[in-house]
Write a protein that binds this ligand. Structure first.
Ligand SMILES: NC(=O)c1ccc[n+]([C@@H]2O[C@H](COP(=O)([O-])OP(=O)(O)OC[C@H]3O[C@@H](n4cnc5c(N)ncnc54)[C@H](O)[C@@H]3O)[C@@H](O)[C@H]2O)c1
Length: 366
């Protein structure tokens, strides 16, 4: 099969759909891989690395789409790409259809096979192609939070790890899922005192079992949150209720009981945020201050570390890509339930009912 890896053209996106190591696996399986020139540059991969892995470099995005049976990328196609997608072409990427009617209409019109990373779902309900990005964001949240705690950027002027004779900083992590556990692990590694809250006792038991003693678990409730935020230096929001907006665990009035210079990092911003005062920010302008509390609410945190994010993404997408190219998309989806859940739009028809529901479209489209 012919597989195309275009350069991402969405603004500020430096990730790429596949690493040279992933390309190597595909060429080893006798597939032909076309990579657009400089596609990997932002992630630290060069054309010569892809050539060494067996790829052919093409000069333009048009050539990549026109030459390929399947496209593997990162972000949803943007308007300039709509017309490049061909009937029967398989497109494997993050789509997030429910958030764009224009994209949904364009992909219906394309008659392509759109398989969305974000809806590939294991039998236990986990979303394997979203996990690495939550891992990246969870770990980054502490790195960013520690930086914004510094005085020149209006933080409290606290070093998270403390020093001999000075106690460490206090970190409160809301949510003990993928983001929360990775955040707690990083904060603990820096020597901070960490409290992690969840409403799921199973998760709290797990955290309690695997984390060091300076990470303590507490049941998430308004009472407990109000008590902890008074003394926290850094608060991480990593809660998720599947398919719903994030609950507002920290309301505007609560900012008044925090100490000036407290930093809050709302990783859940892409689901509306779990702080009432959250509004999405960008890597160019990541923070704003309300009531002396520094807010960091970047919606695409992994975009800032494209090397790590690209490698982490290829690690999890490659096994599915191999199934799709070795078996063909129909057989691969028949044989693999998690992958079949990734099918969103097939040759002009929506096959994932939540997309039609998101736009209140007639269900006969499904
Ligand atoms: N900003 C970014 O760049 C970025 C990147 C990756 C993920 N995210 C987002 O981060 C959020 C968390 O993702 P995840 O993968 O960790 O999800 P997850 O499902 O693994 O974990 C979420 C946790 O929140 C807990 N929770 C639900 N309600 C709660 C409450 N009231 N109090 C405390 N905990 C509660 C759940 O029990 C669960 O353990 C999601 O919204 C995800 O989209 C953002």
């Amino acid at each position: 099969m012919k597989i195309g890896i275009p350069k991402e053209i969405k603004s500020n996106e430096s990730r790429v759909g596949m690493t040279p190591a992933g390309v190597f696996e595909l060429t080893k399986n006798n597939h032909i891989v076309f990579v657009q020139t400089n596609a990997g540059f932002g992630s630290g991969f060069f054309d010569k690395d892809y050539v060494a892995a067996g790829a052919t470099i093409l000069n333009t995005i048009e050539e990549v789409y026109a030459s390929s049976d399947m496209i593997v990328k990162v972000k949803e196609p943007i308007e300039q790409e709509y017309k490049l997608i061909k009937p029967d072409q398989v497109v494997f990427t993050y789509f997030h259809f429910a958030s764009s009617e224009a994209l949904t209409n364009a992909m219906i019109k394309s008659n392509a096979i759109c398989i969305a990373y974000e809806t590939v779902e294991e039998e236990d309900g986990s979303l394997p192609l979203l996990i690495p990005m939550s891992e990246v964001a969870g770990r980054m949240s502490i790195q960013q939070g520690a930086k914004y705690l510094e005085k020149p950027i209006k933080g409290r002027g606290v070093l998270l790890g403390g020093v001999p004779g000075v106690p460490p900083g206090k970190v409160l992590v809301l949510g003990a899922g993928v983001v929360g556990i990775q955040a707690a692990k990083m904060a603990a590694g820096l020597g901070a005192h960490v409290t992690i809250m969840d409403i799921n006792m199973k998760q709290l038991r797990y955290v309690n079992d695997v984390m060091p003693n300076h990470v303590v678990t507490e049941f998430s409730s308004e009472y407990n949150i109000r008590k902890r935020i008074k003394e926290s230096d850094l608060i991480i929001g990593g809660v998720l209720i599947k398919g719903a907006k994030a609950p507002k665990l920290i309301t505007k009035d609560m900012l008044k009981i925090m100490r000036p210079g407290t930093v809050i990092v709302d990783v859940a911003v892409d689901q509306g945020g779990c702080f009432e005062t959250t509004k999405a920010t960008t890597h160019e302008n990541p923070t704003y201050i309300i009531d002396d509390v520094v807010h960091y609410c970047v919606a695409n945190m992994p975009g800032a570390v494209p090397y790590t994010s690209t490698v982490a993404l290829t690690n999890v997408t490659l096994p599915y890509v191999l199934k799709l190219v070795n078996e063909g998309w129909e057989k691969a989806c028949e044989n693999n339930i998690p992958l079949s859940k990734g099918l969103n739009i097939v040759k002009g028809k929506i096959v994932y009912k939540e997309i039609a529901e998101a736009f209140n479209w007639e269900t006969e489209m499904v």
